[in-house]
Design a protein around this ligand. Structure first.
Ligand SMILES: [Zn+2]
Length: 140
């Protein structure tokens, strides 16, 4: 039983798991404060209000941080542009673009042409870059 882990987003997941632990601790403390507030409500209503406030602040803070981290991770994933493979037919010049597949290399013979049934070859493999001058952050 061996499962291959993707090492491309390992840094992002490492950061998020650390933040998640903090968020869950904050959430647990906030819930404890809320429970305490309920217990204290009958005997010490003024103190109960403070605990209630603290609990709600904790809840709001943890959900806010959770939302922020989720967005940051999503942005990290989006910023990695996809690799594209261009396939061309030598006979009729038919061009086809598809996503890069493992084992692709330039001048490799691939599936036959859709028009003339001649074998097509890979002419280019490149990474699509949408934004100029902006490098995706690599926290290694
Ligand atoms: Zn062709």
């Amino acid at each position: 039983m061996s499962r291959s882990k993707s090492n491309t987003s390992s840094a992002a997941t490492r950061i998020s798991s650390f933040v998640l632990i903090i968020i869950f601790i904050t959430l647990a403390l906030a819930l404890a404060a809320l429970i305490l507030a309920i217990y204290l409500y009958n005997t010490e209503p003024t103190i109960a209000v403070y605990w209630l406030l603290l609990g709600f602040i904790g809840l709001a803070l943890s959900t806010y941080v959770l939302f922020q981290t989720r967005q940051r991770i999503l942005r990290l994933r989006i910023e990695t542009p996809p690799i594209t493979t261009t396939i061309e037919c030598r006979k009729c010049g038919f061009k086809s673009i598809r996503e890069f597949q493992r084992g692709d290399y330039v001048f490799k013979e691939v599936e036959p042409c859709q028009k003339c049934n001649e074998k097509m070859i890979i002419t280019a493999i490149y990474r699509e870059v949408r934004e100029k001058g902006k490098k995706p952050p690599f926290p290694y």
